[in-house]
Design a protein around this ligand. Structure first.
Ligand code: GLA
Length: 735
C-alpha cells in the first residue's frame, strides 16, 4: 500500500512485512527516511535534522552546502554540493555539470506500466501499486520521474527513473542510475556480492564496509562472469536465518555500477545503475531516457528470506515464459559429447540412446552451420552445413521427433567470425574503433546490434532456421565480452551510447524472437554463466549457469546463483568424469543430485559412457519427474555450505503448503572418525508429522519412518557419515 501524508509530507510504501518512507524538506527536497521492518504509521522525518545545524536552506541559505552534504537525497544529483556518489549527472548546453531537483508532484496508480524497450517486472492491479514522483530542475527544465512499484506479497519494491529534457537545448546524460538507498545503523554493516570468473561464476563474497566506496561494476558489455549487479548490505550477525539484509539488484544485461559508500556520519549510501564510466547519452530537446529497473527487498530474517523474496518475485512478476511452471524436457546436449565432430548419424545414435534412458530432447550445440569445424569460423553464416547434416536440418529434426524426442538448437546470434561470408560482405557490421584492429576473443568479433539493419539480418537468419523445422528450444549463446566499443553508424557525439544501445538491441531481438515463437523454450548462455541476470530472465526462463559441470564446483556456483535466482532458472547437466573443466572424478549419483536442483539434463556421450553409470540414468530421470515441480516452485532453504568450508553442502526445498520437502545433502569430503551428522532442517510445519519416503528412507520391516516437523528443525535430520562425493536425497511428505 502506498500513502502520502499531506501534513507530515511523508510517503509511506508498505509491503507485507516492510515499510519504505521518504519525506519532503522545505516542500522541495525529497529525502529517504526509512526502509526496514513494517511500521504502523508515517513518521521519522526528524532523521533529516532540519532543526539542528545546518538547518534546511529555507532557514539557513548561507549553509546550503552543509545541508546538501548530509541530506539523504532519494535521487542525488551531481555538481551542486552533494559530494557522495550521485545518481544523475547532466551536462548542459555549455558543457557544465549541475542539477538540483525539486519536488513538483506525485500520483499513485494501481498496477505497473511497461518500460519501453527494457525488461521489467509486471503485475496485475491487485499485485502491485506504483508511485510516480516528479522532480524538476527549474533552470535546466529537466524533469525526473521516480517510479516506485510496491509488490506487497513478495516484500519487493522496484524502482526506475524517467528523465525528460523539457528545454530547447541539447544536454548530455553522463550518468543516470536507477536507485539509491540510505541505510543508517549503529553497527558496522557488511557487503555481500557475487564474484567469479569463467567456470567459477557467482561465488559469494562477504566483506566489511569501511569508509569510502566499495562495490561492483563491469565494462565488458555483459553482466559478466566476474561481477554481478547485486548488493547485499547485511548486519554483522546476519546468517541464513537471522539478521538484517538489504538487497538491491538490477534488471539489466550490460555495463552497470553498484556501490556502497559509507560517509562521514557512518551512513551507508547504496547506488546502482548503468555504469557511467562507459555511458554518455545525448538528450535532445524533448527526449526521454528511461533507466533499467532495480529490485529492492528487505528481510530481518537473514539471507534465506531475501532469497525467497527474490525467487517468488521473479517467478510471479518477471519471468514470462510459458515454461515457467512446466517441467522442462530433460535434454541431452551434444557439446561435451562430440564438440564440433558430429553428423546426422552420430546425433541420431545419441537420440536413440537418449530415448531408451527416458531423456526427452536432443540439443544440437555449436558446429552445425557454415564451415564451422572449429571455433574459428562461420559465426554469422547461419546456413546449415549439409556436409555434416546430410539430408538437411528438417530431415534430422523429423528423425529425432520420430525417435520420440524434441529438438533444440544452438545459436550465437550477436557474433561474427572474421572468417565468415557475413564479415567479408559487411566488415562495418562489427563493433570497432576507427582504424584500429579489433581485439579478438575466441577468434570472433561482436556484431553491431545497435544498428537496425544488423538486427534485421540477425533476426531474419535465425528465424528462417527456426521456421524451417520443428525446433522447440534455442540456446542463445554469447562467447566474448565487448571491447573496442565503437559503431560505424553513430555520429561522434553518440559513440558514448554504444554499450547501452547494444543492450537495447539485444532486448529488441529477444522481444522479436519471443513474440514470433511464444512457445519456444529459450535458454540463455554466455561462455557458461557470463550473462546470468534478471534482464535475460524476462525473455527466457533458464540460463546456462556455468561451463563448469563438475558437481563439486557446481555446489558453490549454484549456491551463489540461488542467492538471487529460483532453482528453476539454473541450467544444470550431468556430465562425464573425469570432468572436462577440472578433471575431478565424482560419483554419478552426486552429479545427478546436484543437477536435479536446476533445469536438469545430460551433456555426455551416452553411447560410450560406462554401463554402470548409465544404469543410474533412469532413476535420475524418475527423480526429476517426481521432484521437479517441488524444486522449481517451492521455497528454497540453504542449510549448509561447502563454500563456507564445511565438508558438506545441503539445501532443501519446501512446497508452499509445507506438505512436501526435498533435502539434498552432498558430502564432498569424508569425515574420518565421525559417525553421523545432525542436520537441522528449515521451513517445515513445526506441528506436522512428516513421513520420510525418499530413496534414503529407512524402512524397518516395511514400515515407514515419520518425524515431527519441530524435531527435524530443532534436533535435526540424522545423516550417516559416508565417503567423498557421496550424496543423498531425503523426501518428506506430511502425514
Ligand atoms: C559456450 C557454451 C558451451 C557451448 C560452447 C559452444 O562456451 O557455454 O555450453 O555451447 O559455447 O561453442
Amino acid at each position: 500500500m502506498i500513502t502520502f501524508e499531506e501534513g507530515k509530507q511523508i510517503f509511506k510504501l508498505d509491503t507485507q512485512n516492510t515499510t519504505y518512507m521518504m519525506g519532503l524538506v522545505d516542500d522541495v527536497f525529497l529525502g529517504h527516511i526509512y526502509y526496514g521492518k513494517k511500521l504502523r504509521s508515517a513518521g521519522g522525518s526528524y532523521r533529516f535534522r532540519t532543526d539542528e545545524y545546518p538547518m534546511s536552506p529555507r532557514y539557513l541559505l548561507r549553509e546550503k552546502l552543509g545541508f546538501f552534504g548530509g541530506f539523504p537525497f532519494e535521487y542525488p544529483t551531481g555538481g551542486v554540493g552533494d559530494y557522495s556518489e550521485s545518481c544523475l549527472d547532466i551536462t548542459n548546453e555549455v558543457g557544465q555539470n549541475g542539477c538540483e531537483l525539486h519536488y513538483v508532484s506525485h500520483h499513485i496508480e494501481k498496477g505497473k506500466p511497461r518500460l519501453p524497450g527494457l525488461p521489467a517486472s509486471f503485475g496485475s492491479e491487485q499485485d502491485v501499486e506504483t508511485l510516480f514522483i516528479v522532480l524538476q530542475d527549474e533552470l535546466l527544465k529537466v524533469q525526473v520521474e521516480l517510479q516506485y512499484s510496491v509488490f506487497e506479497a513478495e516484500d519487493v519494491i522496484t524502482r526506475c527513473v524517467t528523465i525528460r529534457n523539457g528545454s530547447e537545448h541539447t544536454y548530455r546524460l553522463e550518468k543516470a542510475y536507477s536507485a539509491c538507498l540510505h541505510v543508517e545503523k549503529e553497527k558496522d554493516m557488511e557487503l555481500i556480492t557475487l564474484a567469479g570468473a569463467w567456470a567459477r561464476e557467482r561465488h559469494m563474497d562477504r566483506r566489511p564496509v569501511g569508509h569510502g566506496k566499495t562495490g561492483v561494476s563491469t565494462v565488458r558489455g555483459e553482466t559478466s562472469h566476474q561481477e554481478h549487479a547485486f548488493l547485499g548490505l547485511v548486519s554483522p550477525e546476519t546468517t541464513q536465518t537471522v539478521g538484517e539484509v538489504y538487497g538491491m539488484q538490477l534488471v539489466y544485461s550490460g555495463n552497470y555500477s553498484a556501490q556502497v559508500e559509507k560517509n562521514l556520519y557512518d551512513i551507508y549510501r547504496l547506488t546502482m545503475g548503468i555504469n557511467g564510466e562507459t555511458f554518455s547519452w545525448k538528450l535532445n530537446a524533448g527526449d526521454v531516457f528511461v533507466t533499467p529497473e532495480a529490485i529492492l527487498t528487505y528481510s530481518d530474517q537473514g539471507l534465506g528470506q531475501m532469497s525467497r523474496n527474490y525467487h517468488d518475485f521473479m517467478r510471479n512478476h518477471l519471468i514470462r515464459s510459458p515454461y515457467l511452471h512446466k517441467d522442462r524436457p530433460i535434454l541431452i546436449n551434444n557439446w561435451e559429447a562430440t564438440y564440433f565432430d558430429f553428423n546426422t548419424e552420430k546425433l541420431l545414435d545419441l537420440a536413440r540412446e537418449a530415448k531408451k534412458q527416458g531423456i526427452e530432447m536432443l540439443v544440437m550445440d555449436d558446429g552445425w552451420f557454415g564451415k564451422r569445424n572449429f571455433d574459428d569460423s562461420s559465426l554469422g553464416d547461419w546456413v546449415v552445413n549439409e556436409e555434416k547434416l546430410q539430408g538437411g536440418l528438417k530431415y534430422l529434426v523429423d528423425q529425432v521427433n520420430a525417435i520420440g524426442l524434441k529438438f533444440g538448437i544452438w545459436f550465437e546470434p550477436e557474433m561474427v567470425s572474421p572468417d565468415s561470408d557475413l564479415y567479408r560482405a559487411h566488415p562495418d557490421w562489427a563493433i570497432q574503433l576507427k582504424d584500429r584492429p579489433v581485439n579478438m576473443h575466441r577468434a570472433q568479433y561482436v556484431l553491431d546490434i545497435t544498428r537496425e539493419d544488423v538486427r534485421d539480418y540477425v533476426y531474419g537468419s535465425i528465424a528462417k532456421i527456426l521456421r524451417s523445422a520443428n525446433i522447440e528450444y534455442v540456446k542463445w549463446d554469447m562467447n566474448r565480452a565487448i571491447s573496442d566499443a565503437g559503431s560505424c553508424m553513430l555520429p561522434a557525439d553518440q559513440q558514448g551510447e554504444v554499450f547501452h544501445r547494444y543492450v537495447l538491441g539485444l532486448y529488441d531481438l529477444l522481444e522479436r524472437l519471443t513474440t514470433e515463437f511464444p512457445n519456444l523454450l529459450l535458454e540463455h548462455c554466455s561462455g557458461g554463466g557470463g550473462r546470468f541476470d534478471a534482464g535475460m530472465l524476462y525473455y527466457g526462463p533458464q540460463i546456462w549457469t556455468s561451463d563448469d559441470t563438475d558437481a563439486v564446483e557446481r555446489l558453490r556456483i549454484q549456491e551463489g546463483t540461488a542467492l538471487l535466482y529460483p532453482l528453476s532458472t539454473m541450467g544444470a547437466h550431468v556430465s562425464k568424469c573425469p570432468n572436462e573443466q577440472v578433471g575431478r572424478m565424482t560419483s554419478m549419483k552426486m552429479r545427478g543430485d546436484v543437477a536435479l536442483s536446476g533445469t536438469f539434463g545430460y551433456e555426455l556421450d551416452l553411447t560410450t559412457m560406462p554401463e554402470e553409470e548409465k544404469a543410474l540414468i533412469p532413476a535420475q530421470v524418475e527423480n526429476y519427474h517426481k521432484y521437479h515441480s517441488l524444486i522449481s516452485d517451492g521455497d528454497y532453504y540453504r542449510l549448509h555450505s561447502w563454500d563456507s568450508h564445511a565438508p558438506y553442502d545441503a539445501w532443501m526445498v519446501v512446497s508452499k503448503d509445507k506438505s512436501e520437502a526435498l533435502v539434498t545433502f552432498c558430502q564432498v569430503l569424508g569425515r574420518p572418525g565421525y559417525k553421523r551428522i545432525l542436520l537441522p532442517l528449515q521451513g517445515l510445519d513445526a506441528s506436522a508429522e512428516y513421513i520420510l519416503d525418499g530413496e534414503d528412507a529407512v524402512l524397518k520391516n516395511g514400515e515407514t519412518v515419520s518425524y515431527e516437523g519441530d524435531l527435524l528443525m530443532e534436533l535435526g535430520l540424522l545423516i550417516g557419515n559416508s565417503g567423498d562425493f557421496s550424496s543423498r536425497l531425503y523426501h518428506f511428505r506430511r502425514k
